[in-house]
Design a protein. Structure first.
Length: 218
């Protein structure tokens, strides 16, 4: 019985706003019905929760923060990939230049080579060749090579001992490889000026003429 009374009370409460309109229609008064309809509309409008439109300030800030983070990660990854490609390209150019210099020496009576100096760009060397006994002249003409931008020899090791500079040159007519100062092996660490962590190590063996490139992580 209590449940029935509760149901009737709920129905009466929910129908309360419509009572003036129903009463006006029962009395067949158009003016009263119109007034009741207007009151009903205003009552519903006041009780109705307005719908949320657009984004809140917190949502906009979160979206902007996510975009900034993603953009930062993307730029960093692109820069790292670009630097790796640049140092690889330089190492390939250096080795290609060594091979082409040796071939050029075999076809002309000149001593040609490459000069490496610490924290400096690679230079091409050229000097006159006298004979098999005397070899190449000491005075050499040098020209700076464009093997890659912002890449230098950060460290030069001759037979495991660090040195400031070394010349790698070839004597005609066979294109025999020689070092100045003299030694057996040279290890050159090329590094990017703008990012010293990007390096490539080129190892050259004089007796065998073997040239190898490896990645060295600092």
């Amino acid at each position: 019985m209590a449940d029935g009374n509760a149901g009737n009370f709920s129905e009466q409460r929910s129908a309360a706003p419509f009572q003036p309109l129903l009463a006006a229609y029962r009395g067949r008064s158009s003016h009263a019905a119109h007034s009741a309809s207007l009151k009903l509309f205003l009552e519903i409008s006041r009780n109705r929760r307005p719908q949320q439109k657009g984004f809140t300030l917190i949502e906009i800030v979160i979206v902007i923060a996510i975009i900034i983070i993603i953009s930062t990660l993307g730029v960093g990854s692109y820069s790292s990939i670009n630097n790796n490609l640049a140092i690889d390209f330089f190492a390939d150019n250096f080795i290609s230049k060594l091979h082409s210099t040796r071939v050029s020496t075999q076809s002309q009576p000149k001593c040609l080579g490459l000069r490496l100096q610490k924290d400096a760009e690679v230079k091409a060397t050229e000097s006159a060749y006298k004979n098999a006994r005397t070899g190449c002249e000491k005075n050499k003409k040098t020209t700076t090579l464009d093997l890659g931008k912002n890449i230098v020899a950060s460290q030069i090791l001759l037979d495991g001992i660090e040195t400031e500079s070394v010349d790698i040159f070839f004597e005609p007519p066979a294109g025999i490889m020689k070092f100045s100062p003299d030694g057996k092996n040279i290890e050159i660490i090329f590094a990017l000026v703008t990012d010293a962590t990007k390096t490539r190590t080129v190892t050259i063996e004089k007796n065998t003429g073997k040239i190898a490139v490896s990645l060295r992580l600092k």
